[in-house]
Design a protein around this ligand. Structure first.
Ligand SMILES: Cc1cc2nc3c(=O)[nH]c(=O)nc-3n(C[C@H](O)[C@H](O)[C@H](O)COP(=O)(O)OP(=O)(O)OC[C@H]3O[C@@H](n4cnc5c(N)ncnc54)[C@H](O)[C@@H]3O)c2cc1C
Ligand SMILES: *[C@@H]1O[C@H](CO)[C@@H](O)[C@H](O)[C@H]1NC(C)=O
Ligand SMILES: *[C@@H]1O[C@H](CO)[C@@H](O)[C@H](O)[C@H]1NC(C)=O
Ligand SMILES: *[C@@H]1O[C@H](CO)[C@@H](O)[C@H](O)[C@H]1NC(C)=O
Ligand SMILES: *[C@@H]1O[C@H](CO)[C@@H](O)[C@H](O)[C@H]1NC(C)=O
Ligand SMILES: *[C@@H]1O[C@H](CO)[C@@H](O)[C@H](O)[C@H]1NC(C)=O
Ligand SMILES: *[C@@H]1O[C@H](CO)[C@@H](O)[C@H](O)[C@H]1NC(C)=O
Length: 630
């Protein structure tokens, strides 16, 4: 049984209709009168001024009008097995830029709530809403390796969805790498491509990019627009720092080129400001690098006394964990990056890698051995176990550790059917079209060297461990190195990334807050894609000193708040009143009119309140190599 499905709006197009999408420009007059065929004939409401329309409103358009303006639109059908999960009234999978423009124009001119969905991975639920139009951008799928990139106001052309990547680019790139300080090439691709698809497309050219540590996250979607960390971002920089150009449909319906010479303010904002805020990205050009050999070292370090319920774990476990953290900045300076997990039962494992390393992990062993010996010597700890791997290139590494997406999920995580669809967006099988399945409570903090070396760390980690069956602290040593190089305002990325080494996520079913991490690192921030919806002081925490400029750019490009995501830049300009998204200070009578005074508060509650169901913690663990890999 599919989790959610849409049917094509059944009323046929009016033959010879002059209202093609291209005519639906901001200046064209929108349809305003309700159709006699409106599905809701017994309506009593009308949207208050400043509020998005609902299908129960008088002015809501009939299905035939929707179809007339958005020919491939499909209407929501409730899943009888899940009648409480309400998604937008309509969904359109945009096949081209014109269709995106038509959707944006229709939503703006008719006051319809617009959400963008791509891979469907947003843990904070900003890709879904209980009303309006879902714009699915997963159809933009072309890819092309660029031999050179120079920013122009016209931008690079769209890659042909059917074209193959240039097989010579790899050899060329290696030659450039050896002879030239320009150590990167570039790739242009449609926003619908997943990390794994981009990896696969680039492998014949012996290139790779800064995708996620999960094959089905979309590099140019919400991932790269917020920051984007991956297994090698400490060496090459965050995903947002790789972007050379975006093509984006802004809320006025225009397609714009955003690069160093064209709309530089938009270009800056889209590199860190977050998804669903400044426009609909359809295409990206990012840096690509010659694929390196990679060595990997994994370890388990367990307490002598483990306890599934977490209460009777040897206290030395937390001292060992804190000691391990204190070593991370120096390891990172030696080229080490990776991931580690601390489990509630008193077990801990790590998987760390060095790119450009072809020594059968000799260097990794030399670096880790003294640290692991010391961890094992702490009373209450067993001697850690170690395993190493060597991979010839990026694709061999990635496929073994994280992908290929489908095979990975089937074979290694043993997810099936609906379970697999939970967070993996529209499947290739149109019939099984799945949708994002809700918010996953979690909390996180970016930790810099003083926090990792703090005398308070042992206690802070222990207090942060969620005391729930899937309680886990996920550490990602993904910053440092190249990710520290850009100035705080070079891109819109949260400046906390420029000092942090570790992104520490605290997770487990139903856990929203792990306050001890904020207390440990009050001067840092958090990654807005893997964070708590209840994060206090959300603007400062997610964007720091870049927030104010981002808010100005949001108002410039989206004065009518066509796009709204919370947390997101400008989120506090809107609020949810009786299930509607309304302008703060409109006539709907919300409570949040003094939102600015609430700078220390949490981001406005969104209209999507659907929590992900069941045990999604297996999914968050799939962010990283599965347990049987060490
Ligand atoms: C299993 C899993 C593993 C993950 N691993 C990592 C990781 O290794 N590193 C990391 O940094 N993050 C990771 N994440 C978090 C990831 O960054 C977020 O889930 C991110 O929101 C995904 O972006 P998306 O476009 O793929 O997903 P979506 O849910 O489709 O979109 C995310 C947000 O961006 C908006 N958006 C999407 N496309 C566009 C577009 N074209 N234009 C404008 N807005 C758009 C959406 O409206 C939504 O608000 C992981 C998440 C999951 C579930
Ligand atoms: C209109 O709504 C009222 C109250 O909800 C209901 O009793 C009535 O049956 C509805 N009429 C139609 C035609 O749907
Ligand atoms: C370095 O690479 C750039 C971009 O490909 C090229 O224009 C330049 O000529 C190269 N310089 C040298 C010294 O090879
Ligand atoms: C863990 O807690 C559960 C519920 O309180 C209890 O039933 C179970 O026996 C405990 N397990 C152990 C190993 O203590
Ligand atoms: C450590 O504990 C975990 C979880 O209890 C277990 O799966 C793993 O095998 C243990 N490893 C070692 C080396 O003890
Ligand atoms: C440790 O915590 C205490 C009490 O919360 C605080 O006063 C102290 O400044 C902290 N020390 C460090 C190094 O963060
Ligand atoms: C899903 O969200 C909608 C809108 O906020 C809400 O009405 C509904 O109760 C939620 N359902 C579940 C199962 O959380």
């Amino acid at each position: 049984m599919k989790s959610l499905f849409f049917v094509a709006a059944s009323i046929p197009l009016i033959a010879g209709s002059p209202h093609g999408p291209k005519e639906s420009s901001p200046s064209a007059s929108p349809p305003v009168a309700p159709s006699p065929q409106a599905p809701v004939s017994n309506v009593t409401t009308s949207a208050p001024r400043g509020c998005k329309a609902l299908h129960t409103d008088r002015e809501w358009h009939s299905a035939d009008l929707w179809t007339k303006f958005l020919p491939s639109v499909a209407q929501r059908v409730l899943d009888p097995s899940d009648p409480n999960i309400i998604h937008p009234d309509y969904r359109v999978v945009a096949p081209d830029v014109e269709a995106v423009q038509a959707a944006v124009n229709f939503a703006r001119d008719n006051n319809v709530r617009l959400t963008i969905t791509n891979s469907g991975h947003d843990y904070l639920g900003r890709n879904d809403a209980p009303s309006g139009l879902a714009l699915d951008v997963s159809g933009f799928r072309g890819v092309r390796v660029e031999h050179a990139f120079t920013p122009t106001s016209a931008g690079v052309s769209a890659p042909d969805a059917r074209s193959e990547p240039d097989p010579d680019a790899g050899a060329h790139a290696r030659a450039v790498h050896a002879a030239n300080t320009t150590t990167w090439r570039a790739v242009t691709f449609g926003v619908g491509l997943t990390t794994q698809e981009l990896n696969d497309a680039l492998a014949p050219s012996n290139l790779f990019t800064m995708g996620a540590a999960h094959g089905s996250v979309k590099p140019a979607g919400g991932y790269g627009q917020m920051a984007g960390h991956g297994p090698f971002t400490a060496k090459y920089g965050l995903a947002a720092d790789q972007v050379l150009e975006y093509k984006v449909v802004t809320p006025d319906g225009q397609i714009r080129v955003a690069n160093a010479v064209s709309n530089p303010d938009l270009f800056w904002a889209l590199r860190g400001g977050g998804g669903s805020t400044f426009g609909v990205v359809v295409q990206a050009t990012v840096k690509a690098y010659p694929s390196p050999p990679i060595s990997v070292l994994g370890w388990w370090a367990n307490a002598t006394q483990q306890d599934v319920n977490g209460t009777n774990v040897s206290p030395g476990f937390w001292d060992a964990a804190a000691y391990m953290h204190s070593a991370l900045p120096d390891l990172n300076a030696q080229g080490v990056m990776g991931y580690y997990w601390m489990f509630r039962d008193g077990s801990m494992k790590g998987v760390f890698q060095i790119p450009d390393s072809n020594d059968d992990a000799t260097k990794l062993k030399a670096l880790w051995t003294p640290i692991l010996e010391k961890m094992g010597s702490i009373p209450g700890m067993k001697a850690p176990q170690v395993k190493t791997w060597q991979y010839a290139d990026f694709k061999a590494y990635y496929d073994a550790r994280y992908g290929s997406a489908e095979g990975h999920m089937d074979r290694r995580l043993r997810l099936r059917g609906k379970e697999k669809e939970k967070r993996h967006g529209p499947t290739p099988d149109a019939d099984a079209a799945s949708m994002p399945m809700g918010i996953l409570p979690m909390d996180s903090r970016l930790l810099a060297a003083p926090h990792l070396r703090s005398a308070n760390l042992s206690q802070a980690l222990r207090a942060a461990m969620p005391q729930v069956p899937m309680g886990t602290l996920l550490g990602a040593l993904v910053s440092g190195g190249k990710a520290h190089e850009p100035a705080d305002d070079e891109t819109a990325v949260n400046p906390a990334w420029r000092k942090a080494y570790v992104h520490l996520i605290c997770t487990g079913a139903g856990v929203w807050m792990c306050d001890s991490l904020r207390e440990l690192a009050p001067d840092s921030g958090a990654y807005g894609n893997e964070a708590s919806l209840q994060q206090p002081g959300w603007k400062e925490a997610f964007w720091g000193s870049n927030y104010e400029r981002l808010a100005e750019i949001k108002t410039k490009y989206d004065p009518e708040m066509v796009l709204w995501a919370s947390p997101g830049v400008g989120a506090d300009l809107m609020e949810v009143v009786d299930g509607r998204v309304c302008r703060v200070g409109g006539t709907a009578g919300g409570k949040n009119a003094d939102a600015d005074a609430d700078a220390d508060g949490v981001a406005p509650a969104g209209d999507n309140r659907n929590l992900s169901k069941g045990d999604d913690s297996g999914d968050i663990l799939s962010n990283f190599p599965p347990p049987d890999s060490i």
